[in-house]
Design a protein around this ligand. Sequence first.
Ligand code: FAQ
Length: 346
Amino acid sequence: MATASAHHTARTQADEAADEAARTAAYEVVFDAAVAADERIEPRDWMPDAYRSTLVRQIAQHAHSEIIGMQPEANWITRAPSLRRKAILMAKVQDEAGHGLYLYSAAETLGVSRDELLDKLHSGRQKYSSIFNYPTLTWADVGAIGWLVDGAAITNQVPLCRCSYGPYARAMIRVCKEESFHQRQGYELLLALSQGTPEQHAMAQDAVDRWWWPSLMMFGPPDDESSHSAQSMAWKIKRHSNDELRQRFVDICVPQAESLGLTLPDPDLVWNEERGHHDFGAIDWTEFWEVLKGNGPCNDQRITQRRRAHEEGAWVREAAAAYADKHTNRAVGSTSTTGETGATRA
Ligand code: FAQ
């Protein structure tokens, strides 16, 4: 009898596993068809585990970049040369905080908590963009970041407005509008310096010399070393490869540099009639991978400051949670059938 019962249980388990596999296969067909038809995948839709984890990785890295990216420019808020420049810079840095919040919210729709993501950033288990590990040495760096770093960010993020995952795509629409303002303010700042005194012009040129190559690295490793691109493009998370977007950015920047009266620091930069694009010099990928390993000029400084800001903000999170609790209790109390809400309000 015992053997028969064990046999029956094993058969039931096998049937259930087969049912589960058939259900997953059916869901996968629906998911693949939605992606192929350029429909949006929404939080409650079925999605492959790997699609979910890829999105969490990319959106978290993006969110972390936005909030760590506040540091290099915040370095200059107290030293902005005029009230107008200071007001613009403060608005820009606050926008970056807002971008971080939209993105953490988008990641939360995938079933991860913001605490968990911040913990991974603080413990070095998740990345942020390589670009924010470089120092802002002069006021002109604020202009170079706006023109080049925000310019690269827009080039990368406009296609993400068509990402297959709905909440990420929608967050990108507003982010891109704000990034356009950031890019314009950087361009305008650099133009003022470039057309200023010889010292100001030299300061603008020096900033462009230092930020050009790291900006090209923002697009990620070359396509043949990009581990995630093929799958992310098949899922329509990424719409273009790293090299395609890098090339697009170079082509956009060349005429803008000419209008600025500044030189891009690449002797190999030349228009290629046949390709219809600019050729450009070799990127130092050793530097990129070193920065990713934590060996950039400011990695330690950035993460130490981020951890400190998080610790110093603990009281704000506690106060916000206590306030939310109070309101939840009040709402529960006010729907009480006895009408006795007084106790929870005390
Ligand atoms: N830095 O296979 P791929 C901004 C990693 S926002 C660090 O090509 P993927 C606004 C990558 O994670 C800037 N790590 O990866 C602002 C992977 O490592 P893993 C941030 C990088 O994801 C302006 C490995 O290399 N923007 O600037 C970088 O398919 C001013 C292999 O790479 C975004 O995050 C890098 N640059 O493509 C704020 C946009 N590149 O995870 C303040 C969204 C690659 O396997 C002031 N993200 N890695 O350990 C993306 O579009 C993509 O994630 C890429 C990388 C294109 C960045």
